[in-house]
Write a protein that binds this ligand. Structure first.
Ligand code: DX5
Ligand code: ZN
Length: 225
């Protein structure tokens, strides 16, 4: 089972005063996924965007909206995120005593279910959850902020997750989030990542279209597109 290699631009780094234009910019570079970071100020030491911005985003794009919930006890809000326009919803294993049940709930809402682990959480925690997941997300920075340095130990963790995924649920996509850019995207795809989140490497002064075009061109040269 092989998945299309995909860059998911993270809106966290965009200029929210120009949301519609920023969506147009990534769409122009043929992005198919959009990563939407929700932070609660408790699970992570920052607050970002939530339901009203998701509704507004949904109104202006047909891209796959990949909602990453960095919040404690996400269960009571899963339905609201589904109704607001998420295509996939990813929860953290560290955020609830019942990640398995939360994944079931996301699927029952007709959405793709994602499970995520922080850099300090063993990859083996994912094993009993992978069967019920459409996406497994390895954080490659400590969540809470864009623009951080990629943690090198992620490479070994990715290798471990790829063999776990291949054994337990080959249909599950592997995603990496944090510190991804031109310097490491090809090696991460080659090592088995399917979806790479990129925030500050896409939304910066150079412009999202130019950045994403460059990434896609490099992927094409490497035979990944
Ligand atoms: C970090 C978020 C990321 C963030 C990545 O907590 O989950 O999705 O937007 O930003 P960059 O690509 O700048 O590291
Ligand atoms: Zn994220």
């Amino acid at each position: 089972m092989s998945h299309a290699k995909t860059i998911a631009p993270s809106l966290l780094a965009c200029d929210f005063a120009f949301l519609q234009a920023e969506l147009g910019a990534v769409h122009q570079a043929s992005a198919t996924w959009l990563h939407f970071d929700v932070m609660d100020g408790q699970f992570v030491p920052n607050i970002s965007i939530g339901l009203p911005i998701l509704v507004a985003t949904r109104r202006h794009t047909t891209m796959h909206i990949d909602v990453h919930l960095m919040m404690n006890h996400p269960e009571p809000l899963l339905e609201a995120f589904a109704l607001a326009g998420a295509d996939g919803i990813t929860i953290h294993v560290e955020s609830t005593a019942h990640p398995h049940r939360a994944l079931q709930l996301i699927r029952s809402l007709g959405k793709q279910a994602g499970i995520c682990i922080n850099p300090g959480t063993p990859v083996s925690m994912l094993e009993p959850l992978l069967e019920g997941a459409d996406l497994a997300l390895l954080m490659s920075v400590n969540p809470g902020f864009g623009g951080q340095q990629f943690i090198p130990a992620t490479h070994a963790r990715l290798e471990e997750l790829v063999s776990l995924r291949d054994r337990v649920n080959p249909e599950c996509r592997i995603q990496i989030d944090g510190g991804v850019g031109m310097g490491n995207l090809l090696s991460l795809f080659a090592a088995g990542a399917d979806v790479l989140v990129a925030g500050s490497a896409v939304f910066n002064a150079r412009g999202a279209t130019a950045n994403l075009n460059e990434m896609h061109a490099a992927m094409q040269l490497a035979g990944l597109r």
